[in-house]
Design a protein around this ligand. Structure first.
Ligand code: HAM
Length: 411
């Protein structure tokens, strides 16, 4: 019997991990430069944490959670997202009390969604969460960071913004929205009929054409915002205009998680959401902490990688081939020194078979091969072969070898 990976979960093979490493480093560097600090939370949390925060009727909780009961009868879940764990950790370790916090994370998230291009059951998220600021400059900061990320990767995506309103303006909107949809009840798809009772705003997410047609004339949440909420949206969009960050107001943007309380945003490209987030001022207090305003965002690393054309850096690989047992330590020492000079060095040893070592050096895709056999050991010389030109030269010291490689590197 042979095994394959679980449906919707993928291996990242050695030919691709360099790109992942490059992106992850870039994301960490940008977040660190804005003063965000990394937080690492476990991949497993109590199921209740997500049921309480994402919304009991959300798809995430009702359909997509990987959950299980452990030996102590605790009901646990693989985390489907990073915001609730960050808040749980911040309350548990007193990170928010009387303090501002800017946090970032990278990690695997798990959702049992229907797998398709860009939608996986295990995927990597990079997230930013900023706690303690009621002012909307934080939304601007977070959008600016994502905009920096998109520009460094040369990704052109569409930023959409909406304001979900306070509970009061949302109740007013919802009343009229339900009234409007009830007139078309028989034409709605089954999912939307169910949502009309449980969580009407989610109907905006419907992919069904007839429902989308009905939504075209539906009331818009932006018409129900208070003056203060309209001013908040205006403040953010004016700042974006000043910073030349393009955006579109999207009154139908509601987000799939229940914890948002104010401005929300998403970056779209080719029908996929690359990145999304918003303000969630009640989540910390809902989970037992003292009231703490918060704004955050998360992006899917796989979707980001699929949207950009990153060229893998060509690094010089050197194979040190030792085919004389007495020279083992000398050759291994050369390899160590070359690594210290910044090169990728693969050390290969075989007591006699130089031919098979050269074959491995070829598989290693080495640009240079350093040969250490009996001749080199006795004469104290080093033989270097340039694998591209097949030119083989003898050198008196490793410093000379490094000078040669550096010289050719700069040509
Ligand atoms: P989300 O919209 O559920 O928000 O996910 C954020 C991003 O994760 C999406 O825009 C997408 O790029 C990626 N993503 C989601 N599901 C999948 C999947 N099945 N396969 C591949 N990529 C996926 C959140 O998770 C919130 N915690 C964001 C946030 C942070 N809000 C405030 N702070």
């Amino acid at each position: 019997m042979s095994f394959r990976s679980v449906k919707g979960m993928h291996d990242v093979l050695p030919t691709c991990t360099a790109i992942n490493q490059k992106i992850e480093l870039m994301l960490a560097n940008i977040a660190n430069r804005y003063g965000y600090n990394e937080i690492r939370t476990p991949a497993v949390e109590k199921l209740e944490l997500f049921a309480r925060t994402a919304g009991a009727s959300s798809d995430l909780v009702t359909k997509e959670m990987y959950s299980f009961t452990d030996q102590n009868k605790e009901v646990l879940a693989l985390r489907p997202e990073g915001t609730a764990p960050c808040v749980r950790s911040g309350i548990e370790h007193n990170l928010f009390y009387g303090k501002k916090q800017r946090l970032w994370y990278i990690g695997s998230m798990f959702r049992r969604e229907r797998p398709q291009k860009g939608r996986y059951r295990q995927f990597q998220q990079f997230g930013l969460e900023c706690f303690g600021y009621a002012e909307n400059h934080v939304e601007v900061e977070i959008i600016q960071i994502v905009s920096d990320i998109m520009s460094s990767l040369n990704i052109k995506s569409q930023l959409e913004i909406n304001h979900l309103g306070s509970s009061e303006s949302r109740i007013n909107f919802q009343r009229e929205f339900i009234e409007y949809l009830t007139k078309y009840y028989n034409d709605l798809d089954d999912d939307s009929k169910f949502r009309l009772e449980k969580n009407p705003l989610r109907i905006f997410d419907s992919k069904i054409q007839t429902t989308q047609e009905i939504l075209k004339e539906a009331p818009k949440i932006t018409n129900y915002l208070s003056h203060e909420e309209q001013a908040q949206l205006e403040f953010v969009t004016n700042c974006l205009l000043e910073q030349n960050i393009e955006y579109k107001i999207a009154p139908k943007l509601v987000r799939g998680l229940d914890y948002y309380t104010g401005i929300v945003f998403e970056w779209q490209k080719d029908g996929l959401t690359l990145c999304a987030g918003g303000r969630y001022d009640n989540l910390v207090s809902d989970l037992g902490g003292s009231p703490t305003p918060a704004v955050g965002v998360a992006l899917g690393i796989e979707r980001l990688i699929d949207s950009c054309q990153l060229i893998q850096d060509k690094k010089i690989v050197i194979s040190v081939l030792c085919h004389y047992p007495k020279a083992f330590n000398k050759a291994s020492n050369f390899a160590k020194k070359l690594r210290a000079s910044g090169y990728i060095v693969k050390f290969e040893f075989h007591a006699s078979k130089l031919k098979s070592l050269l074959k491995i050096a070829n598989q290693n895709e080495s640009q240079y091969v350093i040969l250490i056999g009996q001749n080199e050991y006795d004469s104290d010389n080093i033989t270097v072969k340039n694998m591209l030109t097949s030119v083989q030269t003898s050198y008196a010291s490793l410093t000379d070898v490094i000078e040669l490689i550096q010289g050719e590197e700069n040509v």
